[in-house]
Design a protein around this ligand. Sequence first.
Ligand SMILES: Nc1ncnc2c1ncn2[C@@H]1O[C@H](COP(=O)(O)OP(=O)(O)O)[C@@H](O)[C@H]1O
Ligand SMILES: O=C(O)C1=C[C@@H](OP(=O)(O)O)[C@@H](O)[C@H](O)C1
Ligand SMILES: [Mg+2]
Length: 168
Amino acid sequence: MNHVILIGFMGCGKSSVGKALADALHEPFVDTDVLIEEQEGRKISDIFRESGEEYFRELETLVLRQLLRSEERQIIAVGGGLPVRPVNQKYLKQLGTVVYLMAQPDTLAARLQGDDTRPMLQGGELKRRIRELMDAREEIYDGLADVRVVTDGKDFAEIVKEIARYAG
Ligand SMILES: Nc1ncnc2c1ncn2[C@@H]1O[C@H](COP(=O)(O)OP(=O)(O)O)[C@@H](O)[C@H]1O
Ligand SMILES: O=C(O)C1=C[C@@H](OP(=O)(O)O)[C@@H](O)[C@H](O)C1
Ligand SMILES: [Mg+2]
């Protein structure tokens, strides 16, 4: 399939850049977190608190299976932890062009400071938590990437232009 899929760490801009890219290309946009919240009728933080992380990860896999059935090309933002499961990695490759939005931990921390909507970052010092999770994930993101875009110090328009050049 020829969807464009945005991956990367929390705060790299998948949801906001994805929406801007879809608007620029006049294509539909979907965000796996939004699909999950709609289908569950509750917020991500409530899903984590009430049902646990494993339950949420299972929902991510189910959503990917739904997306694999959609024919029309879409811009797809996924949750930052979705690429960790091996089965999801296989699905992401099948979906289309994987774009890895990159950002340094300091940049991510500045963007996510004070945000309480991301359960994986709650409790503990923000920068340390970002580094720990990044250590476990960046190899996975890099291994999946067809296109890599550095986002530090760039605004949405610049990032959109860069992605459109390679994946438009
Ligand atoms: N390139 C950027 N420049 C400035 N702020 C950004 C940039 N990318 C993302 N942000 C901000 O960081 C926060 C997280 O962005 P979001 O799109 O939700 O990321 P993700 O979906 O990857 O977690 C938002 O407040 C967003 O406005
Ligand atoms: O990295 C993660 O494990 C998560 C990232 C979040 O999405 P964003 O990357 O869009 O913040 C969301 O799926 C959930 O809070 C878990
Ligand atoms: Mg997001």
